[in-house]
Design a binder for this molecule. Structure first.
Ligand code: AKG
Ligand code: FE2
Length: 413
């Protein structure tokens, strides 16, 4: 394997790094903070990768029948998969637009590493909101090697990433899948908050001894994750690659057919028609605002579901305590502060509206909703002319047409 150590793109010196190295617990994790966020563009590439992903990726929500459970399953977040080994099928070449990002992540890790690091398989996840998740799992697989280096880039909304120690996670003794009984309850769960642009790296025996997950979190907005792995040639690699494509792309759709997929804009529409209101150019801001708003909201992990590229989870989730509150979202910032009383009144009167979701909406939609409420509630005075009433009625009916879609978007889940 040729060395790809390079300082060409290296920004190691200017990024802060958290290193967790606990050999007695077989835990080896690094977090390279804020490396690839929109705010801190790299020296060589001015693209905002969050926007690039939202514009370019076609996402899947994979459905498959679990033979173990004899039931229909759906992955708990949107997924895509690029690469693997060309000699195996299925194989989707890594698209050109994402190559500079991969090059940069790889170069960055190599300038901090004595052994050459390379990646050929890329798992992409879109967590649309706090109901999307990935449950406890290990990334450990024979075809990734005994001690794989797995890098994971977070973009957009912050999220909680947790690790729990296991006794028999991978490779499982006697082929028995890990169960609740295998959790090392004497070792506390590790929790990190991954922010926009953080690159988390798991190394050494971490996959052999630890599960990780991203739990559901109330109020979380759009988050993206790219997971960088290297499928080694040889034993099990072909089957392994097939498994990735099955659980990230095809599900039960045969590989000679096109699996269903959606762009981010289509997902937004599917989620409740918000794009009907958002004119070109504003949509990225809407997603960015979603990230910012939920970043300020209180993080409360809920109970997990099932993994996606991994086999369905076969264990009851332990309930974990809610995380401590960080900072509470302010109802609204910036030029619309004169609307604060109206907005507060609006939010307190709308039991079915999630405040974090409201805060993430473009300002003009916030205005529209508040105006809509005022129109509905304000009694007409005797002084009102017929013309004014007509106009108000017209506006009311225009807005109520939009209301259904917005309400379904807002509905607290
Ligand atoms: O979204 C994340 O941070 C983690 C994703 C993950 O664990 C995986 O893709 O295997
Ligand atoms: Fe993982």
């Amino acid at each position: 394997m040729s060395s790809i150590k390079s300082t060409e793109f290296c920004s190691c010196s200017s990024s802060s790094l958290t290193i967790i190295d606990r050999p007695n617990k077989h835990l080896q994790v690094e977090i390279h903070h804020g490396l690839f966020s929109g705010k801190r563009k790299s020296a060589t590439d001015s693209k905002n990768w969050y926007d690039e992903l939202l514009s370019n990726v076609k996402w899947h929500r994979v459905k498959y029948k679990s033979s173990r459970f004899q039931s229909d399953c759906e992955t708990p977040c949107y997924t895509a998969f690029y690469g693997g080994r060309k000699e195996y099928k299925p194989y989707t070449p890594v698209p050109d637009w994402i190559k500079p990002l991969i090059k940069e992540v790889t170069a960055h890790l190599n300038c901090n590493s004595d052994v050459p690091i390379q990646f050929n398989a890329f798992l992409l996840r879109l967590y649309f909101d706090g109901n999307d998740e990935i449950a406890w799992h290990t990334d450990g697989r024979t075809f990734l090697g005994a001690e794989p280096t797995i890098a994971s880039l977070s973009l957009g909304n912050k999220a909680t990433f947790q690790l729990r120690r296991m006794h028999n996670v991978w490779p499982c003794v006697n082929g028995t899948a890990s169960t609740e009984g295998s959790i090392d309850t004497t070792t506390p769960i590790e929790s990190f908050v991954l922010q926009d642009g953080d690159l988390l790296v798991m190394k050494g025996k971490t996959q052999q001894y630890w599960h990780h997950r991203v739990p559901k979190e109330k109020g979380r907005g759009v988050r993206l994750n790219i997971n960088f792995r290297y499928i080694m040639p040889g034993v099990d690699a072909e089957r392994g690659q097939m498994t990735y494509y099955k659980y990230m792309v095809y599900g039960d759709v045969p590989i000679d057919q096109d699996p269903p997929s959606w762009t981010f804009d289509e997902i937004m529409k599917k989620k409740g028609g918000i794009m009907n209101f958002v004119k070109g150019g504003v949509k990225r801001k809407a997603a960015a605002a979603a990230a910012a708003a939920a970043a300020n909201s209180v993080a409360v992990p809920l109970v997990g579901g099932q993994t996606s590229d991994e086999k369905p989870q076969d264990e009851a989730e332990p309930k974990i305590d809610p995380l401590p509150a960080t900072s509470k979202a302010s109802p609204i910032q910036g030029p619309t502060s004169n609307l604060i009383p109206d907005i507060q009144q609006y939010l307190s009167s709308q039991n079915d509206i999630d405040e974090a979701v409201f805060n993430s909406l473009p300002i003009e939609i916030q205005h529209e909703l508040v105006t809509q409420r005022k129109l509905q509630n304000e009694p007409h005075t005797n002084e009102q002319t017929t013309k004014q009433c007509d106009m108000a009625e017209k506006k009311k009916s225009k807005l109520s047409g939009r209301r259904g879609t917005l309400n379904s978007f807002f509905a607290k889940k």
